[in-house]
Design a protein around this ligand. Structure first.
Ligand code: GCU
Length: 413
């Protein structure tokens, strides 16, 4: 082989993927550190007191909608505690969260496993699940969910109802034993308890408690995020959990909800997005994967109706998703992508995290070094940011979990 041919091969294989022919954005991104009135945000104080609030308002008005949480009273009822769960490895707790407004109530089930080997209060991951708490593990002591579940014949879910046969159908995405072995607790709830994922039924969950008038400017993601914060109200009070070390995570649409919850609720000490894509970590201003028109057409109930106005007009949206990730600063944030998950635009997910740099720099942190996507399966970390692109498809795989736990070890241990 000629030396020049060898050199070409070496260069080709050592170049990070996606750097060829990728336009970074189709339009310039809205300025993160310039206030609505055009003032440069130069320090933490004006970021926290002014710009953060402006951005949250913009997101509420144009993207996710508002959730009037002041209207609802929350009570937590611990219905069972098993000190010897999973063959002695874990403490299992089941909690019912009661949402109350005047005479109406709605319930959600919160399932918690804590590692028995950790004597002090344990750090914990909190995330929503797609098919009911009983889908995350075969443990027979997990109560069957009573609420609306999306039909899935392969998972034995018919007529929107859970069955015993659907126990453990999603264990592949929930490495519960491994998480416990690594010294973390894990907590989960079914997202349908808050808003059934269905365009005509999404207002039959928590939204039942609100007046019609209040439902005009909101969507299902806002309810899922609210659910995560309602669980947090319990978790911070439980002495067996380290309330300064609770990470919120989510896969795909539930990653969108986790990011929005993490942006709003600063009690979450770490935020993890797995393959969250459009409306999650991915920038809107790119011509790759799902866009605003498609997501609103297929899932008209996820966002506030105002968001639909930006179909084919992403450049007019006053925010882009680097701002959502910046709202998590100064707390650690990790974005996981998958190579074949083109719909979620992996490079757009990376670019959001990169363009959130200036918010972290206000706090004096070292940030991501460049716009180049890292190599496959090689997590890239800055002081407070983490990113990887895993080989394979849209999923929450073992590699993702191990990377998130390594990142958490770095910040929590
Ligand atoms: C669809 C949708 C995505 C979403 C995903 C999921 O693919 O287009 O936006 O993230 O479902 O939640 O699995």
């Amino acid at each position: 082989m000629k030396f020049s041919t060898l050199l070409t091969i070496l260069v080709l294989f050592s170049t990070p993927i996606f750097t060829f022919g990728q336009t970074n954005t189709t339009h310039p991104l809205p300025e993160l550190l310039v206030s609505n009135s055009g003032k440069k945000i130069k320090n933490v104080s004006s970021w926290e007191k002014k710009r953060r609030k402006e951005l949250i308002d913009l997101y509420e008005t144009h993207v996710y909608g508002t959730f009037p949480k002041e209207e609802i009273e929350i009570r937590h009822e611990v219905t069972s505690t098993d000190e010897n769960a999973l063959g002695g490895k874990a403490i299992q707790k089941n909690i019912i969260i009661h949402f109350i407004k005047e005479r109406d109530t709605v319930k959600a089930d919160l399932l918690i496993y804590l590692p028995k080997k950790v004597k002090q209060p344990a750090p914990l991951f909190l995330g929503l699940n797609f098919f009911g708490n009983h889908s995350v593990h075969l443990d027979k002591n997990i109560p069957l969910p009573k609420g609306f579940i999306r039909d899935n014949p392969a998972f034995y879910i018919f007529n929107n109802t859970a069955t015993d046969k659907s126990r453990g159908v999603r264990t592949n995405r929930w490495s519960i034993e491994r998480i416990l072995d690594r010294g973390y607790g894990i907590a989960t709830m079914h997202y349908g308890d808050f808003a059934p994922d269905n365009p005509t039924k999404f207002q039959e969950g928590i939204y039942k408690l609100l007046a019609k008038e209040q439902l005009k400017n909101t969507g299902a993601i806002a309810a899922w995020s609210y659910g995560l914060s309602a669980a947090m109200d319990y978790l911070v009070k439980d002495n067996s959990i380290d309330n300064n070390k609770i990470a919120v995570f989510g896969h795909s649409r539930l990653g969108k909800a986790a990011l929005w919850a993490g942006a709003l609720d600063e009690r979450f000490a770490m935020v993890i997005s797995n393959d969250s894509g459009c409306g999650g970590a991915a920038l809107f201003r790119r011509d790759v994967g799902e866009d605003i028109e498609a997501i609103n057409r297929i899932f008209p109930h996820w966002f506030t109706p105002e968001f639909h106005k930006y179909a084919e007009k992403e450049e007019e949206l006053p925010v882009d998703q680097h701002m959502l990730l910046a709202l998590i600063a100064p707390r650690p944030v990790y974005v996981g992508s998958a190579e074949q998950d083109v719909n979620a635009d992996p490079y757009g997910e990376y670019l959001s995290l990169y363009h959130a740099n200036p918010a972290y720099e206000l706090y004096g942190f070292n940030t991501l070094p460049s716009e180049s996507l890292p190599e496959l399966n090689k997590p890239l970390l800055s002081e407070m940011q983490g990113y990887h692109i895993r080989g394979g498809a849209h999923d929450m795989a073992r590699f993702d979990w191990e990377s998130y736990m390594d990142f958490a070890d770095g910040h929590f241990k």
